[in-house]
Design a binder for this molecule. Structure first.
Ligand code: MN
Length: 418
């Protein structure tokens, strides 16, 4: 019997706070260790191993030394790009790790006669065949699936795994209603296991022709809301799949990492003094030592401003009591005095997107109108393109024309070059 470990949405480097970054690395290391201990023949990471295409080198160093340990134990690591560690035109950390053979990027593709053909990677020891499609930049993704040569993949014999990093329309959690998804029918049928990523919520699904579609959810945390859920006790981990020529068992392996504590305080109708009294007592009698602490405060203050809340003091006192990290969500606090409207989300990408949706109107690019969801998506991507600086030794002129080209690609006025 063979085994493989399937994880996704690791989001290494997602957090700036050293305490949280440390936990993130520890979670990844413990998932790697557990995979080895449980006898995995290989490890498959379905995208978003890193939070950005070019992450902090300290984070890279810590994770690479762990991955090399696994590699030296004779266990290959396979990966695809996620929406976070993919960059359309520049080099991503995944490319570098793939060149250095720390891991193998299994998403290999070519376009022939209008068809997208995927390369297949065969794992040497188990003979498992792995095909994968990386997250493209949103919007383009659907286009790639539409021209995917499914027949060729469906004819493939033996034990086969399909790795992807997309939401599927039929299995979209209600909380992610706004998310862009692809229809299940764009996937090739008959694979033994569909190793998903991108959805930050664990789930196991099936549909006719698609026996086993699995999302492990975030390995630890990616966004603020993941931190809160982890602190509230949501199980984080990866899947261990046992197989010979078919899947024998699928087991979720929770990580034994950190305990969590969550408290919520409603300061609605209070003045600052009584609100602060409530806030400061929120963790009275609770053991916080070594735990991930999450605190949510909400409500409309009768007097004073949200910034008057003694959050810093609370954080300091919890850290003095030995908390591993304190995460505070005060997006739900407003003030009756100023009637500040608070964003309904804490995910920066979501906030950005909503603002674009509200603002991007009446802008016409070629024959297309930059509006609604499509416009917001293009605007976000264009912003990402414009954020890029000069490459090493790149001439200003070359940079200018590269910016123009990438801009046109983003606005879908030009085809993406491979
Ligand atoms: Mn993700």
């Amino acid at each position: 019997m063979h085994r493989f470990a399937h994880m996704a949405d690791v989001h290494l480097g997602a957090h700036r706070e050293p305490s949280l970054q440390q936990m993130e690395i520890q979670a990844f290391a413990s998932a790697m260790d557990a995979s080895v201990e449980r006898g995995a023949d290989f490890i498959l990471i379905s995208g978003d191993l890193f939070h950005v295409g070019i992450p902090d080198l300290g984070v890279v160093n810590a994770s690479v030394s762990k991955m090399m340990e696994v590699r030296r134990a004779g266990i290959p690591i396979y990966a695809i790009y996620g929406s976070h560690d993919y960059t359309p035109t520049s080099t991503s950390i995944i490319d570098i790790l793939s060149t250095a053979r720390v891991l193998t990027n299994i998403s290999k593709w070519s376009v022939e006669e209008g068809k997208l053909r995927l390369g297949v990677t065969e794992d040497e020891r188990t003979g498992a065949k792995l095909a994968g499609i990386s997250a493209r930049k949103i919007g383009l993704e659907r286009k790639y699936y539409e021209i995917l040569d499914r027949e060729e993949l469906e004819r493939l014999g033996g034990f086969k795994v399909f790795a992807f990093h997309s939401g599927i329309t039929q299995f979209k959690p209600p909380s992610l209603a706004e998310m862009e998804t692809v229809d299940i029918s764009v996937f090739p049928k008959g694979f033994d296991y569909y190793a998903g990523g991108h959805i930050h919520q664990r789930g196991e699904y099936k549909a006719p022709g698609y026996q086993r579609i699995v999302y492990p959810g975030p390995l630890f945390t990616g966004y603020g809301k993941d931190v809160e859920l982890t602190a509230r006790g949501e199980k984080r981990g990866f899947y261990l799949v046992e197989f010979d020529d078919k899947v024998a068992s699928v087991e979720f392996v929770p990580l034994r990492t950190f305990g969590g504590v969550f408290r919520e305080v409603d300061v609605g109708g209070m003045n600052v003094a009584s609100a602060n009294a409530r806030v400061s007592r929120a963790f009275d009698g609770t053991e916080v030592k070594g735990t991930l602490v999450a605190f949510r405060v909400s409500g409309t203050l009768a007097g004073g401003r949200p910034s008057d809340l003694a959050i810093g003091e609370l954080r300091d006192s919890l850290m003095r009591r030995g908390a591993a990290h304190v995460y505070v969500n005060r997006a739900g606090v407003s003030s009756a005095e100023t009637a500040v409207s608070t964003p309904a989300s804490q995910d920066p990408a979501e906030i950005e997107n909503r603002l674009f949706e509200q603002q991007a109107r009446r802008v016409k690019v070629s024959q297309k109108r930059l509006e609604g969801k499509e416009g917001a998506r293009m605007a976000s991507e264009l912003l990402a393109v414009l954020r890029k600086g000069l490459k090493l030794e790149e001439q200003k002129k070359a940079y200018e024309s590269r910016m123009v080209r990438e801009g046109l690609v983003t606005l879908q006025l030009e085809e993406e070059k491979k």
